[in-house]
Design a protein around this ligand. Structure first.
Ligand SMILES: [Zn+2]
Length: 294
């Protein structure tokens, strides 16, 4: 072997060793950083698991307390519209900006909006507030629904089923979209919005059952809350509703207190009118409280 050739081999070997060494450093670095990432990820997972476990310990939905003492402000809205034009009952028209101000207040102050079919589950909440919309018309879809989505707040709406697909009313498609959002529960406000206390038993039964079946067919969700039109009802209404619904809502009566409530068919509400100042709204919210007896 010539001296030149062996020098060449030595040089080549040297280069190979250097390349291998550099490659090893990169490999080790890569492995280390990957391990580091895995560690960070698993650390995050551990954190997440810990948080979830902590939540489960703090709020155990499966344990129902023997008694709940709750005070819930349930606001009753009608139409969310800036300009009420020729309509009468102007106090029923709340400006979208007023509703937004109230939703912002609820969100920023940690109040929890509930569905009306959760009135037996108040022990799951600390600061519950109910938002209910009667009659609705298309103004709910155009002006209130986008705000509820923006602030991620729940509401219950009461629909007059014979009005569906009619002029200025909600269509079946809109109702389905609203129900599918998960933010709004759709409940019954009868078929025709006439005085229940002036109807026969059969007529009242048709109002209660007919409207329930129509809404359930549209949304695919259970309808368990009945809202008496104009707040008018009689003993026949209550007998029928006890048979076909879980809850009945009155028009007025103020902040709802579970200790003084006659039963779930006389749930009281606060009239959220056009001129209610935010300070009044806030003072109603401040009354929200839940105390449980284990
Ligand atoms: Zn109504």
């Amino acid at each position: 072997m010539s001296k030149n050739k062996s020098t060449m081999i030595m040089l080549s070997l040297f280069v190979v060793v250097i390349v291998c060494a550099i490659a090893s450093v990169f490999c080790i670095k890569a492995v280390l950083s990957e391990k580091l990432n895995i560690d960070i990820v698993s650390q995050n997972n551990i954190d997440k698991i810990d948080i979830n476990n902590k939540d489960k310990v703090l709020v155990d939905d499966t344990v129902v307390p023997t008694k709940t003492h709750a005070t819930v402000p349930i606001f009753m809205y009608h139409f969310i519209l800036d300009d009420y034009g020729e309509f009468p009952d102007t106090e029923n028209f709340l400006k979208p900006e007023t509703l937004e101000e109230q939703l912002k207040y609820i969100t920023e102050n940690g109040y929890q909006t509930i569905f009306m079919d959760e009135m037996d589950d108040l022990y799951k909440y600390e600061k519950p507030v109910g938002l209910t919309f009667d009659d609705c018309f298309v103004y709910f879809y155009n002006n209130a629904f986008p705000l509820l989505k923006k602030y991620n707040q729940k509401a219950t709406i009461f629909i007059i089923t014979d009005y569906i697909n009619g002029e200025n009313y909600l269509t079946e498609e809109q109702l389905k979209e609203i129900a599918d959002s998960g933010l709004v529960k759709i409940e019954s406000h009868t078929k025709t919005h006439e005085y229940l206390d002036e109807m026969t038993y059969e007529e009242q039964l048709e109002q209660a059952v007919g409207s329930k079946e129509r809404l359930e067919a549209i949304t695919g969700q259970k309808v368990t809350v009945y809202c008496y039109p104009s707040g008018r009802f009689n003993n026949t209404t209550i007998d029928i509703i006890k048979e076909h619904y879980d809850f009945g809502l009155e028009m007025l009566g103020g902040v709802c207190n579970t200790d003084t409530l006659k039963d779930n068919y006389h749930i009281t509400r606060i009239y959220a009118n056009r001129t209610m100042p935010i300070t009044t709204f806030a003072s109603y919210c401040a009354q929200s409280s839940v105390k449980i007896e284990p």
